[in-house]
Ligand binder design. Structure first.
Ligand code: PEP
Ligand code: MN
Length: 444
């Protein structure tokens, strides 16, 4: 089977760059096709099995990382800080849930962004919008904003280097649960707001001490499985990295373990959904507040007609004000149909607004409230709140307001580094994890 013949070229693909030179694009695609896979199809299947467990209420998913990764931020420090933050959050969530936590990074491939407008205008000048480092550069100049397909090859190599370090960290001792707990103790001790979470951190410490006293020292404490994910947006890139798995003869997008389709590109008759239909990776679909129950059922039918366990995750991003109204109908329809999906809450994308200073921001309290609403709805319906999807960084940026550090609108200018949407900083991410852990613990 040829890969080309899998996809229908007549379908419309929304949110694609206007590449100025087709021959440049063809050269990049040819090179990508010649490169080895970034992930192994068997790993995608393992993740699918874990997602199936989570959909069944037996695991919880934590997906987190930048809104938009950049080439400049693919440094050892930045990658380490993100991994560390995700591991710290996962340990706390695992304790709260008494369930395994599936760790998935918005990492090692999250370089492309959908935009509301093709052009960005500043004063008299209009240039192509920044569509992520996969396409062009954030700098506002004609040359920097020109879509350049050679960047797709750089995405591959940067993803490869990132994933290599992620694998080294998570397999090589850096992810040891006891070390992660030491970091969390440090957070509780050193940060101004940490004392609020002292009781839970102490409980986790006692649980670890108890196991040590019993001589329990399993391999599971020392290494973790960490999976990569990104939005499958630039189809030339994703198709060039789609390969036939030699074991099964099935197609997998080997650019990441998990791919999701964004809220703006999930047209049922569009090229992105067609692409997702043809690959066997576990797939996520973002659902915004306008999603009708019928529409959610159509997505299920399109992407998981045979109800394959772990295949489909709905990442709902309703906004704190809408989640309690918009989510129940969708969950009820899916449950009634008998379909098994994993429900993950993205409390970021429905809660973005512009601060008076012009910065895009989000309120920590809105993020928390959307997660709370998500838990309430699932509690009400007897379904499983299966995970959270967070835009975060391990650094002390000032992009989202609120949290225990009480970052204000005026503080945003201090350290606003995101190339796209505002991320929770290290402290806000840990606070959120402790608060969600309490929600998980208090489930009945
Ligand atoms: C994103 O995850 O960065 C994103 C653009 O989300 P959505 O498709 O939900 O708007
Ligand atoms: Mn985003």
């Amino acid at each position: 089977m040829s890969i080309e013949s899998l996809f229908d070229p007549a379908l419309e693909a929304s949110q694609q760059p206007n590449w100025p030179d087709r021959s440049e694009l063809e050269r990049a695609v040819k090179e990508l096709k010649s490169l080895p896979p970034l992930v192994f199809a068997g790993e995608c299947d393992n993740l699918k099995e874990k997602i199936a467990q989570a959909a069944d209420g037996k695991a919880f998913m934590l997906q987190g990382g930048d809104c938009a990764e950049t080439f400049a931020a693919a440094t050892a420090d930045s990658i380490r800080n993100r991994i560390k933050t995700i591991l710290q959050m996962a340990a706390v969530l695992q304790y709260g849930a008494s369930l395994p936590v599936i760790k998935v990074g918005r990492m090692a491939g999250q370089f492309a962004k959908p935009r509301s407008n093709d052009l960005e205008t500043r004063g008299e000048i209009s240039l192509p919008a920044y569509r992520g480092d996969a396409v062009n550069d954030l700098e506002f100049s004609q040359a920097a904003r020109r879509p350049n397909p050679a960047r797709l090859v750089k995405v591959y190599h940067t993803s490869s280097a990132t994933l290599n370090l992620v694998r080294a960290f998570t397999q090589g001792g850096f992810a040891d649960l006891r070390l992660v707990h030491e970091w969390n103790k440090g957070f509780v001790k050193d940060s101004r707001i940490g004392t609020r979470y002292e009781a839970m951190a102490n409980e986790i410490g006692r649980a670890l001490d108890f196991m040590r006293s019993a001589g329990i020292n399993p391999a599971e404490f020392k290494t973790v499985d960490f999976y990569s994910s990104h939005e499958a947006l630039i189809l030339e890139y994703e198709k060039a990295l789609t390969r036939i798995d030699s074991r099964t003869g099935n197609a997998y997008d080997v650019s990441a373990h998990f791919l999701w389709i964004g809220d703006r590109t999930r047209q049922l008759d569009g090229a992105h959904i067609d692409f997702a239909k043809k690959i066997r990776n576990p797939i996520g679909v973002k659902l915004g507040p306008k999603t009708s129950p019928e529409n959610a059922l159509e997505v299920i039918k399109a992407l998981n007609p045979n109800d394959e366990p772990g295949r489909l995750t709905f990442i709902t991003r309703m906004g704190a004000a809408n989640v309690r109204g918009a989510l129940p109908g969708i969950i009820e329809a899916a449950s009634k149909s008998g379909a098994k999906v994993l429900w993950v809450c993205d409390p970021m994308h429905g809660n973005t607004y512009e601060a008076p200073s012009g910065y895009k921001t989000r309120k920590f309290d809105d993020v928390l409230d959307e997660v709370r609403g998500f838990f309430e709805v699932h509690q009400e319906l007897g379904t499983h709140p299966g995970g959270i999807h967070i835009e975060l960084t391990g650094d002390d940026v000032t992009e989202c307001v609120g949290g225990g550090e009480a970052i204000s609108h005026e503080d945003l200018a201090t350290r606003y580094e995101s190339a796209c949407d505002p991320r929770l900083n290290h402290t806000q991410s840990l606070e959120l994890a402790f608060l969600v852990a309490e929600m998980l613990r208090d489930r009945s």
